[in-house]
Design a protein. Structure first.
Length: 307
């Protein structure tokens, strides 16, 4: 919020931390050979790095964080579309209905955000068209990242089927191999490191260490991101891709609600309606309702009888 363009230094710090941890504990200081051929990781990493960078730059293109979260929640649409095109899959009517709901929800939120951008830019008629064009470019960037992320998921699922599931290894190589790519972003990273150094000082509780508050925020972000991404990679080896998508989408929903309430981001009734469409469609797609009935029935059978 203080430095909207700091996405690159945040991503670089996350990648560096996870790569160092994986190099020590997973790769055994480079002595352990990967179970999946390294060339496959290079392909996966190219997609992973591209998605991360494009999503970061979208925030610089008049894309609000709530819209950013909701738009990325449409990963089910991209996964289904690419599944039909690449894997020649076919789905039931309920699946198509759920995807239609998710699409409608994203369209509603996108359209209402477009009206907000247009009304804000109308205050300055000279900059208005330029602001709106940057917003359209942001939407295009999010769309590209969404499709690329879905393609990466299909590629990763194919690798796991062929070579077995190795979540810790994939986590390490997905974060270690892209590190040289951050050299292209070095000026931007250095610029924000200087800005972070100039932020107000903050004394860390318990430890008593004093440092610029932005570096403290970055440290907390890196630690929580490590816990999050490691959980997701483990989940990919234990559950189906649909379950992983559902869990990640619901996590985004919690992040969305927190962002709205804590940071007081603008969110209208139309945005709430669009959000409801997105997550009801997600639940329909994963057929939670069908599995919920038998689960509740089992719970009732296990309930002790009253005397």
């Amino acid at each position: 919020r203080q430095f909207p363009g700091c996405g690159n230094i945040v991503t670089f710090s996350q990648f560096l931390f996870i790569a160092v941890e994986g190099f020590i504990f997973e790769a055994n200081f480079g002595r352990k050979r990967p179970a999946i051929p390294i060339r496959n990781y290079f392909i996966m990493v190219a997609m992973f790095f591209t998605v991360s960078v494009v999503n970061n730059y979208a925030l610089n293109l008049n894309i609000a964080m709530p819209l950013h979260m909701i738009f990325r929640s449409g990963s089910l649409i991209a996964s289904m579309a690419l599944g039909i095109i690449i894997l020649k899959k076919r789905y039931s009517v309920s699946k198509y209905t759920s995807i239609a709901l998710v699409s409608l929800g994203i369209f509603t939120c996108t359209f209402m955000s477009a009206k907000q951008v247009a009304s804000d830019s109308s205050l300055n008629q000279e900059d208005g068209p330029q602001v709106f064009l940057w917003w359209l470019l942001g939407i295009a960037a999010l769309t590209f990242a969404l499709l690329m992320s879905a393609r990466m998921g299909i590629f990763q699922e194919t690798l796991y089927q062929k070579f077995g599931k190795h979540s810790k290894e994939a986590l390490f190589y997905n974060h270690a191999l892209p590190l040289p790519g951050f050299l292209l972003l070095a000026p931007n990273i250095y610029q924000h490191a200087v800005l972070f150094n100039q932020s107000e000082l903050f004394q860390v509780p318990v430890v008593g260490l004093t440092l610029p508050i932005m570096w403290f925020y970055l440290l907390m972000n890196v630690i929580t991101q490590y816990v999050c991404i490691r959980g997701v990679f483990i989940l990919t080896t234990e559950c189906t891709s649909l379950t992983v998508t559902l869990v990640v989408t619901l996590r985004k929903f919690v992040s969305l609600i927190f962002s709205i309430l804590y940071f007081q981001n603008p969110f209208t009734g139309w945005h709430w309606l669009g959000t409801a469409f997105v997550f009801v469609g997600t639940l329909m797609y994963t057929e939670v309702w069908n599995s919920l009935g038998p689960f509740l029935a089992r719970c009732r059978r296990r309930r002790p009888k009253q005397e």
